[in-house]
Design a protein around this ligand. Structure first.
Ligand SMILES: O=c1[nH]cc([C@@H]2O[C@H](COP(=O)(O)OP(=O)(O)OP(=O)(O)O)[C@@H](O)[C@H]2O)c(=O)[nH]1
Length: 632
């Protein structure tokens, strides 16, 4: 392309736009860029008081949006994009940052503030190059910039303001107006890049690409190791709501998205991810209607997805990751001998695991050796502290056969236990026990608890001296008794529990060493047996798979046991309110028996009827989300 040789340099790369903004998509599509759209789930709630200037806030938000997508794609979609583009647009007036209005009143506040004045529009843009070539952890080369445009509004009459607000246009736009449409009528002048106001400074973007590809100046490229990426909490803490130098009084910029009645909530933003999660066929500069075929990455990945899962399962079952934790690595023949398996089959398995990023392959003299990646050592070795081996085996031995009968499950609306295992059983844990019947009693116990244990490992981990309460053969009710702090006060108990959950769900530190209470293991049946007394009860992956009447029995029991101030932490995957995401919850539902997946507000409502009041909801993006309640 003569007009922009830089854009054409991106051809053949997997470019991802980490934005739900239709305007950004259109601007980039119009110049012939081929890309996928994966809207970011990053919540725009960074503490504004931490930034010296508004553009720094916009750039950092753009960066976090893009990084969230880069990381999610790598782990959830098993593919690393080449380039991720993120952007964030804010309006500043009188030292205040205005984002998207949350409702009509908020739009009114913003627009009346802009009336008759000049303001600045900043768009922060981040271009991330994801570098996974070295076979090590993905490195992110981050280039960022911002663009400022000055805009002056005419004096706006009340009538004009309200008519514009009632048009609905302000709601998903920074500063509450769309310069490209009706909002253009409010504008007296624009100094600077018009498209920057619309949400994407195209000219600056192309110049930056030019600098990167011709070639980059080392000083401008910040190379960031994956490990060193600052993890920004996407859950709003009360502190975020209270602080914020640049957040203006009376404005609701930092409110919980689900309280917004106008702006795009997190749920909406998340749910828009699915339909757009595919290749965008650009109309191109030649015309608006010409569709060009593009490779359907998403469908291709889905086609191969089951094979990739099965490679993970088979390698885990054959204890390949245990063998390959050997520091020097092993040759194919050595692995084959130890498994034991055929050399040719082993080689295929190891090569496939390398291609999936689970193993590393290198040359040592004349031989080729395989060893675990860091991630495999951490999560796939059966004896590792954070091992997911039990969960993987549960997926292989139980979930996999069930999903082989998915068409029947859908036609009949029932779980396919009988078809898969030749035996009717209506509860998950009984089924887990069924498939372990072949094992010795001791092994059976281990298998059940291991499977559930590693599913719950985002919540807790074993350590000498710590014990977990087990009911119905699976360790899913956890009853910590605060021995060192005999009884926490109501408020402390709640806060401590959630902080604990947050720490352990981040998977960064040895979980239980962070926990300041002891945990007792009690084996039993939580429907029949008495529950032990505790200050905090944790129901991890229990409620979703229970029918209403069993939920009632369990929650009534817990409600009776809990005195005011006692906590109940429910860990499940939370659906969004429109039941569109997360994918993991909806896929899990396909194999469920009598239960149902719920959203956080559904759980909150359910628990309320048993006297538990919601204190905190945590969407982790991990295996489990959590809702913490306190008994009133
Ligand atoms: O004149 C206009 N000004 C601004 C816009 C649009 O406003 C939004 C700005 O919001 P943000 O940068 O947070 O982007 P989102 O839409 O939330 O999408 P992300 O997924 O990237 O967070 C942006 O859409 C601008 O296009 C406008 O249209 N006209």
């Amino acid at each position: 392309m003569v007009l922009n040789p830089v854009i054409s340099k991106l051809g053949g790369k997997l470019v991802v736009l980490a934005s739900a903004s239709p305007r950004r998509r259109e601007i980039l599509t119009n110049v012939g860029l081929r890309f996928e759209v994966v809207p970011s789930w990053f919540k725009e709630t960074l503490d504004k008081s931490l930034f010296k200037a508004p553009y720094e806030y916009a750039v950092e938000t753009a960066k976090q949006k893009a990084l969230e997508v880069a990381r999610r794609m790598q782990f959830k979609h098993l593919k690393t994009p080449d380039i991720v583009i993120g952007a964030d647009t804010v309006v500043t007036v009188d030292g205040c940052i205005l984002e998207k209005p949350v409702d009509k009143q908020d739009a009114y506040r913003m627009l009346s503030r802009l009336s008759g004045k000049e303001h600045s529009v900043y768009t922060g843009v981040v271009i991330i190059h994801c570098n996974s070539e070295s076979g090590e952890e993905v490195e992110y080369d981050i280039v960022d910039f911002y663009e400022e445009t000055k805009v002056r509004f005419a004096e706006l009459s009340e009538e004009m303001l309200w008519e514009y607000i009632h048009s609905g246009e302000p709601m998903d736009k920074a500063g509450g107006y769309g310069i490209q449409a009706l909002g253009g009528m409010l504008v007296e002048y624009v100094h600077g890049d018009f498209l920057n106001v619309v949400g994407f400074p195209l000219n600056h973007f192309c110049k930056t690409l030019g600098e990167i590809y011709n070639p980059p100046s080392k000083n401008e490229v910040k190379r960031v190791k994956y490990d060193s990426i600052p993890s920004v909490e996407t859950f709003e803490s009360p502190g975020d709501l209270e602080n914020g130098l640049l957040a203006c009084e009376g404005e609701r910029e930092a409110e919980e998205p689900d309280q917004k009645d106008g702006g795009k909530s997190e749920n909406e933003s998340r749910s828009s991810a699915s339909p757009q999660w595919g290749s965008v066929a650009p109309t191109g500069a030649q015309g608006q209607t010409g569709w060009k075929p593009v490779f359907p990455h998403r469908i291709a990945n889905l086609l191969d997805g089951f094979k990739a899962s099965k490679v993970l399962f088979a390698a885990s079952k054959l204890k390949v990751f245990d063998l390959l934790s050997h520091p020097e690595g092993l040759r194919v023949a050595e692995v084959a001998e130890k498994i034991p398996a055929s050399v040719v089959g082993t080689e295929r398995l190891l090569d496939a695991a390398v291609s999936l990023g689970l193993l590393e392959k290198s040359r040592q003299g004349d031989s080729v050796v395989f060893k675990n990646t860091e991630e495999a050592s951490r999560y796939l070795v059966s004896t590792s502290e954070y091992s997911l081996h039990g969960y993987i085996m549960h997926c292989n031995d139980h979930v996999w056969p069930l999903f082989g009968h998915l068409e029947h499950a859908i036609r009949e609306g029932t779980s396919q236990n009988e078809r898969a295992f030749g035996k009717k059983s209506d509860r998950l844990f009984e089924r887990v026990a069924d498939i372990t019947n072949l094992l010795s009693k001791q092994q059976r116990k281990g298998r059940c608890s291991k499977a559930m244990w590693s599913i719950c490992s985002t919540l807790c981990s074993t350590q000498e001296g710590t014990l977990i309460a087990r009911f119905r053969a699976a360790c899913t009710v956890i009853v910590p008794s605060c021995k060192r702090k005999p009884r926490l006060s109501r408020c402390n108990s709640a806060r401590n529990a959630m902080q604990t959950f947050e720490k352990i769900s981040q998977r960064k530190k040895p979980y239980m060493s962070q926990v300041d209470f002891d945990v007792n293991v009690i084996t039993g049946d939580f429907f029949k047996d008495d529950l032990p007394k505790a200050d905090l009860y944790i129901l991890a992956r229990i409620l979703h798979d229970l029918p209403e009447e069993k939920i009632h029995i369990l929650l009534s029991k817990l409600s009776k046991m809990c005195t005011p101030g006692c906590g109940l932490l429910v860990a499940e995957i939370f659906l969004d309110e429109e039941r569109k995401v997360p994918c993991r919850a909806l896929l899990q539902a396909l194999g469920m028996c009598e239960g149902s997946q719920r959203s956080a507000p559904d759980y909150s409502q359910l628990l309320k009827t048993y006297g538990f009041t919601e204190v905190h909801v945590k969407h982790t993006g991990n295996f489990l989300d959590a809702i913490l309640c306190v008994k009133q």
